[in-house]
Design a protein around this ligand. Structure first.
Ligand SMILES: NC(=O)c1ccc[n+]([C@@H]2O[C@H](COP(=O)([O-])OP(=O)(O)OC[C@H]3O[C@@H](n4cnc5c(N)ncnc54)[C@H](OP(=O)(O)O)[C@@H]3O)[C@@H](O)[C@H]2O)c1
Length: 334
């Protein structure tokens, strides 16, 4: 089979497509013929050596994919040949709160990822794809969608009628918009592009703000919420957006700290005075993934695929993601 290999410290141009032996499903395992993978900003961090978690020196990159079960090992009853299946981002996080050790079980970082034609997984670390999605759509779910879901349905779930603020129009934020809209919440979206904001409105955004035109966008959020602020914030920016996010959040509201696209720093006194809760949020468990998939099927939610590249075009696809001209998800057909 063909698989991509990335060596720590090398450049995107050195991302190599190599021949590897075909894997075989052992007892309790499933063999997936990978059909699609999707890209996350995190994959860029990995291949640029900037990912804040540990990673293997030589890996197959990409965490997110969907494949077809082509063989099942002895004792597997969760899957049958022909099923569409998605490997978990954190392979060891099945249910309950995340453990430190789960952080070291991420595909395409601590473990080999899905940029390969075939991959073997333990059957309990793979989940069935929602029935309403094709391979490309289902491949977008493991990281971006589940992170957004975890933010909105974690310890303080979003309630219909409340307001969500989500930053930018990348993968995580677009899922947050779709999930919150389906849940009956009001959604505010920021972006650097008016064209993307128009697309966000078409997806159900109730208020859109261009953060380049309005660098102090919290004032616009307060205006839209009659001075109250947002109840939840999907904070994909980082230190560079955190002060405006805190200023945008209602007292007792929640900020889900997710991203690091905008570097910067903030004095914690702003958090104290605003009376908001900051919650570090990392992807999600298999149990959360199952709940999310039920909701995707019930609400007929379709992930937004911006562009599909061929398997041989992975370096070009990563460069396209880096330019940030996409809206939603960038996918690789395998
Ligand atoms: N904690 C976790 O488990 C987890 C999971 C997934 C992702 N993440 C992190 O979340 C972040 C987003 O990931 P992604 O995969 O959704 O990225 P993505 O698809 O590459 O989207 C990135 C988007 O960030 C927006 N952006 C850049 N600078 C911004 C700023 N100053 N203010 C607001 N938006 C800004 C841009 O939106 P516009 O083009 O609309 O301006 C851009 O399209 C990344 O840092 C990623 O590492 C974390």
């Amino acid at each position: 089979m063909k698989a991509y290999r990335y060596t720590m410290g090398s450049t995107l141009d050195e991302l190599a497509l190599v021949d590897l032996p075909d894997p075989i499903a052992g007892p309790g395992q499933v063999l997936l013929r990978m059909r699609a993978a999707s890209l996350n900003y995190r994959d860029l961090l990995v291949v640029q050596g900037r990912y804040p978690r540990g990673q293997l020196d030589v890996i197959s990159p990409l965490s997110d994919g969907c494949g077809e079960v082509v063989a099942v090992g002895e004792g597997v009853d969760r899957f049958a040949v022909g099923d569409s299946a998605i490997p978990l981002f954190f392979q060891s996080w099945l249910r309950g709160p995340m453990l430190d050790s789960d952080g070291e079980s991420a595909l395409g970082g601590s473990l080999d990822g899905v940029a390969a034609q075939y991959r073997v997984f333990d059957a309990d670390k793979v989940i069935r794809a929602p029935r309403n999605l094709n391979f490309a759509q289902a491949a977008t779910l493991p990281c971006a969608a589940l992170t957004a879901w975890n933010g909105l349905h974690g310890p303080r779930p979003l309630v219909a009628g409340e307001t969500l603020l989500t930053l930018g129009t990348g993968g995580v934020s677009t899922f947050a918009l779709q999930f919150a809209h389906a849940a009956g919440a009001r959604v505010i979206v920021t972006s650097s592009s008016d064209e993307k904001l128009a697309k966000a409105r078409a997806l159900g955004a109730d208020c859109t703000i261009n953060y380049r035109e309005h660098p102090e966008w919290s004032a616009k959020v307060r205006e839209f919420t009659n001075g109250r602020g947002a109840d939840h914030v999907i904070e994909t920016g980082g230190g560079g957006t955190m002060l405006e996010s805190v200023r945008s959040t209602a007292r007792n509201g929640w900020i889900h700290v997710i991203g690091l696209v905008a570097p910067g720093q903030i004095d914690p006194v702003h958090v104290l005075l605003a009376g908001v809760t900051l919650r570090g949020t990392e992807v999600g468990s298999r149990e959360m993934f199952e709940a999310m998939n039920r909701s995707i099927e019930k609400s007929r939610i379709e992930p937004l695929v911006d562009r599909v590249f061929e398997f041989e075009e992975l370096p070009a696809a990563l460069r396209y993601l880096e330019q940030a001209s996409h809206f939603g998800k960038v996918v690789i057909r395998i």
